[in-house]
Design a protein around this ligand. Sequence first.
Ligand SMILES: CC(C)(COP(=O)(O)OP(=O)(O)OC[C@H]1O[C@@H](n2cnc3c(N)ncnc32)[C@H](O)[C@@H]1OP(=O)(O)O)[C@@H](O)C(=O)NCCC(=O)NCCS
Length: 255
Amino acid sequence: MAAVGATTVGDRAAIDVWITDPGAASSADRERWLDEWLDEAERARVRDARSPSRQAEIVVGRALLRSAVAAVCGVPAPAGLRFTTAPGGRPSLALDGQERLASAVDVSLAHTRGLAACAVARGGRVGVDAEHRGRRTEPIAIARRFFSAGDAAAVEAAAPGERAERFLERWTLREAYTKVLGVPLLELPRDSVAFGVESSGSVRLEGTGSAQPADQRWAFWLLRPTSGHVLALAWRGGAGEPTPSVTLHRWPSPG
Ligand SMILES: CC(C)(COP(=O)(O)OP(=O)(O)OC[C@H]1O[C@@H](n2cnc3c(N)ncnc32)[C@H](O)[C@@H]1OP(=O)(O)O)[C@@H](O)C(=O)NCCC(=O)NCCS
């Protein structure tokens, strides 16, 4: 996979997606990230987490977030980066003392079994979601309950052997979309968004249930970062902004 190398914050219209297998991090690594990289608010979230696996998820996610931003922005020390969390749960770079970075990049995080993903966008606002294919689910029932009519119909119309995949595509797209908006998924009215997914994998927004501001545009991507995962990216930029390029990276870098 491509390395970010000499990319600078000044480059526009690019999304870098970083993935890692949380199970591959040793307990010594997690201890070090917790002690040396995370800030006090993040450590408190780890202490209050409901289970050891959620604790590990937070630590790995925050380490991934720092490493990704440091690589994209050419900042040498991930430990020096600070983040805040908006009331709805959306993470962003803290402004205080990092104004240049905070105004240059936007971030989003997702966790699922066997994968943590972090998207860093230069220009615009980004949302990422990922799901494991092994997740047991009832595609038609959940689609009818949570998706817009058009998305539920697309899941129902799929051949039985493809239904789970069509469901995961729209589920992750919907979550990635809500992460751009910064609202909890369950606060998004069912019919507020519908997607058109081509057999080529290209995605378009078919409806948002309300008029889109003329000064905004959206773009979406579906990736298969491993054989077991579906990952969706949503991006919202200004009307005149070019569609970003997307690059996938594995963290830590192989070799
Ligand atoms: C963010 C949301 C859309 C998805 O959360 P999720 O699937 O539980 O978890 P994910 O791993 O995909 O994403 C979590 C990360 O997204 C970020 N996040 C949380 N809330 C967010 C929000 N409102 N906007 C943007 N990002 C958000 C956080 O960084 C979080 O990671 P962290 O807690 O380790 O920092 C959440 O608002 C939600 O609604 N969850 C419920 C999902 C649900 O309803 N599932 C069952 C239906 S059958």
